[in-house]
Ligand binder design. Structure first.
Ligand SMILES: [Zn+2]
Length: 456
């Protein structure tokens, strides 16, 4: 390590020499990178969070309870998140509690069982469990309570609107990106009711999975909404889907269009079924041209296999290795379109990075769902830095419960800092690294790349 006094004496000379920022001594690197990552506000580009105008469910204290409300927060939501429901059934056999019996319990009863089983009777080691611990700790609560009463009291006292500010401050998130699933009747109704108000903390994105994955149902639904669509996309149907999409992009002011696709997704498809062919036709003839025309990226989240265990509902989803060729072909055949891509399987991560080296219009983003665990975030972030420099978006939260933002960003910031520190360390002693350089790199990763790619 460089001698600190010698280093200090030489600092003025070095600064004059390079003209920007202070050079970081090897011994200061860890702290400097950690601080830069902690201080840099993040644009969270994919969440399932909503502002209060989408409704807040009853915390038993609300004057206007809205059981279907979409803005979720609080201990009962945190503890009954589907990651934790899946983990509960690792420890409770079906002979003691069937999935069906579990769903018949109230949300509070479900939360009590999960807390007792995963947090009181066992050590909360898994990432989903530790996330709840970190969240409570950062909120100033003691995560070692044996029951949920004290937490319930704390959350019931929060004003939802002010609580969003508090959570964003603790997570250091500057902007939350919603996933506006307009084929979901609950969300659709709220947009059309006129209750949705612009909120500068949130950006919208249009989530339109059924248009590509299940066009028969989508066509039926759009027809009910006044867009005359047939299950086989003829000329009139294509025009009507365009009208539908443009109406919703106008209404939501979305910053990108998003699709979640199964591992089997192929582009182009070999011998597709009539329904698959219809979905791909909508993608090529409606979605991509509209994205291009409006200057919006298309986000592809590829690899989730829904309801492998249907009785577990959301907790029963699985993953599968996907076809990178589909991403490569889209980027190659539509060079003017921009694609934000995240893949669910660890096995797809390296080839996604290599594909991004070839295509300027491809932006890998985030460590999604089952790969959003420390060991894999470290591995994937380091690999991306090695293959792509800082030209990617390392993380998004995917938070569905507001409070989850706190732990997701706390854990990720530390891991991204560790990967970056390792990378800078490899450049020593050959290369001088300045604080400005580190801050620029961190800004690009946490917000600059998203701004450049999404808003260009
Ligand atoms: Zn998501």
């Amino acid at each position: 390590m460089a001698d600190a006094k010698t280093y200090d004496r030489g600092r003025d000379m070095i600064e004059a020499d390079i003209g920007s920022g202070r050079t970081v001594a090897p011994g200061d690197l860890v702290q400097c990178v950690q601080q830069a990552c902690e201080r840099q506000p993040a644009w969270d580009i994919h969440t399932h969070l909503y502002p209060p105008c989408f409704g807040t469910p009853d915390l038993n204290f609300s004057a206007n309870p809205d059981p279907q409300g979409l803005m979720l927060f609080g201990i009962d939501e945190l503890v009954t998140y589907h990651y934790l429901i899946a983990e509960l059934f690792r420890f409770i056999p079906q002979s003691k509690l069937t999935h069906e019996q579990f769903w018949k319990l109230s949300r509070r009863e479900q939360a009590d069982i999960i807390w007792k089983t995963l947090f009181v009777e066992r050590t909360p080691l898994s990432e989903a469990c530790r996330g709840v611990v970190t969240t409570l700790e950062k909120l100033g609560l003691d995560p070692n309570e044996r029951s949920l009463g004290a937490y319930r009291n704390f959350f019931a006292e929060q004003d939802p609107d002010l609580y969003i500010d508090q959570v964003m401050r603790l997570a250091n998130v500057s902007t939350i990106t919603m996933t506006n699933a307009i084929f979901d009747p609950n969300e659709n109704r709220r947009w059309l009711s006129g209750d949705v108000r612009p909120d500068s903390r949130f950006k919208s994105t249009l989530r339109i999975d059924p248009l590509v994955n299940d066009f028969t149902s989508a066509a039926e639904q759009m027809t009910l909404w006044g867009y005359r669509c047939s299950p086989l996309p003829d000329g009139r149907t294509l025009d009507e889907v365009k009208r539908f999409l443009n109406d919703w992009l106008d209404r939501t002011q979305s910053v990108y269009v998003a699709l979640s696709l199964p591992p089997e997704f192929e582009f182009p498809a070999v011998n597709p079924s009539a329904e698959k062919a219809a979905g791909l036709q909508i993608l090529e003839k409606v979605i991509l041209p509209i994205c291009l025309h409006r200057g919006l990226p298309l986000a592809l989240m590829i690899g989730s296999r829904r309801r492998v265990v249907p009785s577990l509902r959301d907790a029963g989803d699985m993953l599968g290795r996907s076809h990178i060729e589909a991403v490569v072909n889209l980027c190659r055949l539509y060079p003017q379109n921009r694609f934000l891509v995240t893949m669910l399987s660890r096995e797809n991560q390296h080839e996604l990075c290599v594909a991004a080296r070839k295509f300027h219009n491809l932006m890998p983003f985030g460590c999604w769902w089952f790969i959003n665990i420390p060991s894999l975030i470290r591995e994937i972030t380091t690999m991306r830095l090695e293959l792509l420099g800082t030209s990617f978006i390392p993380q998004h939260s995917d938070a569905r419960i507001l409070d989850q933002l706190i732990y997701k960003w706390d854990h990720s910031r530390r891991l991204i800092a560790e990967s970056l520190t390792e990378m800078y360390g490899r450049l020593f002693p050959a290369c001088r690294i300045t604080r400005d350089q580190i801050e620029n790199d961190v800004r690009a990763l946490f917000s600059g790349n998203a701004e450049r790619f999404i808003q260009q």
